[in-house]
Design a binder for this molecule. Structure first.
Ligand SMILES: O=C(O)CCC(=O)C(=O)O
Length: 295
């Protein structure tokens, strides 16, 4: 978009150059508490159902479908404007995940950070076979918002690490034998509960071992353009779609009412996908963004 709803010039510069911005206190103490309750509820339920040990890391994908508190975050009033500022209005959720990482064995601290044989190697997010690389770079097609619910201020408390500016480098470098990442570019995202990170998923990232005394709990929401396919759903369940606002419906990948003709008026001879040629009702975010800009 030409004008911005919420992103500042400094944030915009950092997002372009470093590939991420941090938003402290994006979640209020009440929101953090409610989200931790939701995460704990799901963690207890699925750990027991799937017989996952209490010390093992645990992840749920398409997390937004598992709890309405997690659904609510897809259009969070602090983060959605920033997501729209960087990607525009024609977007949807690519993935949503909940991650719980209990303290790990202390020997993990002896592994080289993000090395191939470590517990969490450096990578950037991409479908199998990768995004098409153009001029040595991954095209800008998606972001993630990470919401950190527990304290990550200490070194080696399980925080994500990112390599500043690595979205401008070929991800093939990470896999090149002997390639050393410039240590000055590695940022350990040591943040307080309630902090959000908006980041380009082309950034190389890995995790520090969690040597703290508490489980690390966080949530990630990936957003991308609607003409790309989501990673962890095709369509959401009808009852979930029915509970959503129009903007949420857009974000969970639906068009218009979710019941309309998706291939235009002459679907047989001249089909026109509304993912390709959306109508106004398919993008409620557009009117929302215009209203924000005119406030
Ligand atoms: O922070 C994490 O737990 C992992 C993040 C990650 O690898 C991802 O979202 O792709």
């Amino acid at each position: 978009m030409e004008k911005s709803i919420a992103i500042t010039e400094e944030q915009s510069r950092q997002f372009d150059e470093d590939g991420y911005i941090l938003i402290e206190d994006a979640l209020s103490p009440t929101e953090i508490e409610t989200l931790i309750e939701a995460v704990d509820e799901l963690d207890a339920h699925y750990r027991s159902e799937k017989e996952i040990g209490p010390d093992e890391p645990f992840q749920i994908r398409n997390a937004l479908a598992h709890h309405d508190e997690l659904l609510r975050l897809i259009d969070h009033p602090t983060l959605l404007p920033l997501v729209v500022d960087v990607l525009g209005v024609n977007i949807q959720i690519r993935t949503s995940h909940l991650d719980v990482r209990p303290p790990c064995p202390p020997e993990y601290a002896n592994q080289k950070l993000g090395s191939k044989d470590s517990f969490f190697p450096w990578h950037s997010d991409a479908p199998n076979f990768g995004y098409p690389i153009t001029n040595g770079r991954v095209p800008f097609v998606e972001v993630k918002v990470g919401y950190y619910l527990t304290d990550l201020t200490q070194h080696n408390s399980g925080a994500i690490c990112v390599v500043r500016g690595s979205h401008k480098m070929s991800p093939a470098l990470i896999h090149q034998d002997g390639y050393e990442i410039d240590p000055d570019r590695i940022v350990e995202v040591n943040v307080r509960p309630g902090t959000a990170m908006l980041w380009r998923t082309a950034l190389w990232h890995c995790l520090t071992p969690n040597l703290s005394n508490h489980a690390r709990k966080c949530l990630y929401y990936g957003y991308h353009y609607r003409w790309i396919r989501p990673a962890d759903y095709l369509h959401q369940a009808p009852d979930l779609i029915a509970r959503c606002t129009p903007i949420q419906r857009q974000l969970i990948g639906e068009l218009g009412t979710g019941k309309g003709n998706y291939l235009g008026d002459d679907a047989h001879v001249h089909p026109v996908s509304r993912h390709w040629r959306p109508e106004a009702a398919d993008i409620p975010l557009q009117a929302w963004a215009e209203a924000q800009l005119n406030q």
